[in-house]
Design a protein around this ligand. Structure first.
Ligand code: PMP
Length: 466
């Protein structure tokens, strides 16, 4: 079988089930689970091997910021492939794509950033963060400042350091994690912890957990705090507006480095090049990946702020860290072309001023659906909860019994209706669509989601669950 010439869905599915261990999958179920085969992408749509078109409300895995089928990225990659497919950036060598991309990232990032360290993914970026902040403090004469504070339910990747920084017990249980010196505080989820408080009060309270943790550990032991400006995979958890400025104040007070993991929130998703700008904070490090190349070629890395970069330059000594593919030329040209598209099509300002507010209005109106307890959106990220009964406030909504797996049922109905969304435990549904979406396409997505919700409700009623 030549899989590229003729698409035989059943043959592909059988071969996939026989040989392919998927990420985040239960292998005991493998042979019962038949994978959907995606074969083509154009604009905000993908097609499966049976010819069905699906509107991709998740932009792949939060990454296809400029949408599918961009020939100019393919052309740039092709030209670079034939010119210089690979060279490394070790041992004082470089190449034009890495030089050009580093300068471009510095140009579009907040002013405190003048340096970039390249990696191949978000996880590698966060591994780099752990090593870099500890190296920084050692060079400052404080090798005991090692502890990195993160948050429960954060997602920072799947490598040993990434999964340690992340706050998912299911990941910590595998591989004896977290690594030493990585600790967690509560997440700023108003839904989870805000009962009886205003969002502003709760934001300050959630930020105070950082100060308590620093005092408990001793500020002289704490190297950095890391957080996603908006938690993505944990459920699109948008912190109250008081949260991030207070986190910044606390980090400043104790000299703790502030790291923003912008793997999801970078490159326009919140209507700014970086989500830190949306929240008005100035991190010392920014992890990036996904939207930097819109997923056309794997690329990630860390923006290194002047506080760290200048200190390391002043002290000297090698940073013993790097990847074969740090600054891979193909990833760099894909990223450069992707950023050019974002600029030429004015996507950042469009999300900030036009389509972002429109998406928010349309998505939040889904809360009127009988199945939706609450719906919230910021930029091109959204999340809603499916509930059994709506209460007087969001804190009084009554969820479904978890065992019913209503979220999974809903996801299947969304696929059936022609839209891809993500669902997570707790019957929460997430979207993170391509930034190119027009108002008409937002209407189309909302209509498809509404159909999916209607079908889910109909089935729940039929089963006597609603
Ligand atoms: N950080 C965040 C915030 C992420 O959402 C992700 C991936 N979803 C990562 C890090 C890890 O990125 P990668 O999968 O490219 O390693």
């Amino acid at each position: 079988m030549n899989m590229n010439d003729h698409i035989d869905t059943q043959c592909l599915q059988a071969s996939d089930a026989a040989h392919h261990l998927h990420p985040f999958a239960d292998y005991s179920q493998k042979h019962q689970q038949i994978s959907r085969v995606i074969v083509k992408g154009e604009d905000i749509y993908v097609w499966d091997s049976e010819g069905r078109r699906l509107l991709d409300g998740m932009a792949g895995l939060w990454c296809m910021n400029v949408g599918y089928g961009r020939k100019r990225i393919a052309d740039a990659v092709h030209a670079q492939m034939t010119r210089l497919a690979y060279y490394n950036t070790f041992f004082h060598t470089t190449h034009p794509p890495a030089v050009e991309l580093a300068a471009k990232l510095v140009e579009i990032s907040p002013p405190q950033f003048n340096h970039v360290f390249f990696a191949g993914s978000g996880s590698e970026g966060n591994d780099t963060v752990v090593r870099l902040v500890r190296h920084y403090w050692a060079k400052q004469g404080h090798p005991e400042r090692k502890i990195i504070i993160s948050r429960h339910n954060a997602y920072h990747g799947s490598t040993m350091a990434g999964a340690s920084l992340g706050g998912w017990p299911s990941m910590h249980q595998q591989g004896d994690l977290p690594l030493a010196g990585i600790v967690h505080i509560g997440q700023p989820s108003y839904l989870e912890g805000g009962r009886g408080k205003t969002p502003e009060q709760f934001g300050l309270e959630a930020a105070s957990w950082l100060e308590h943790k620093i005092l408990e550990l001793g500020a002289d032991k704490v190297a950095a705090f890391i957080g996603e400006p908006v938690q993505g995979a944990g459920g699109v958890i948008v912190p109250p507006p008081t949260y991030w400025p207070e986190i910044q104040r606390i980090c400043g007070k104790y000299g703790v480095l502030l790291v923003a993991d912008e793997v999801v929130t970078g490159f326009g998703r919140l209507g700014h090049w970086f989500g830190s700008t949306y929240f008005g904070i100035q991190p010392d490090l920014i992890t990036f990946a996904k939207g930097v190349s819109s997923g056309y070629v794997p690329l990630g890395g860390v923006l290194v702020g002047d506080r760290i970069a200048h200190a390391l330059m002043a002290k000297g000594g090698e940073f013993n860290h790097g990847f074969t593919y740090s600054g891979h030329p193909i990833g760099c040209v894909a990223a450069l072309e992707n950023i050019r598209i974002i600029e030429e099509e004015n996507l950042v300002a469009q999300v900030r001023d036009d389509t972002g507010p429109y998406l928010k209005q349309r998505f939040e109106a889904l809360a009127q659906h009988p199945l939706v307890g609450d719906a919230g959106a910021v930029g091109f990220l959204g999340g809603l909860n499916l509930v059994r009964h709506k209460g007087a406030t969001v804190h009084d909504n009554v969820p479904f019994d978890r065992a019913l797996e209503v979220g999974m049922l809903c996801r299947a109905h969304m696929f059936g209706s022609g839209v891809i969304v993500r669902t997570i435990p707790g019957d929460r549904l997430l979207i993170s669509p391509p930034l190119t979406m027009t108002r008409a396409q937002i209407d189309e997505m909302i209509a498809l989601i509404t159909t999916g919700l209607d079908k889910t409700l109909a089935e729940l009623k039929q089963r006597g669950w609603a």
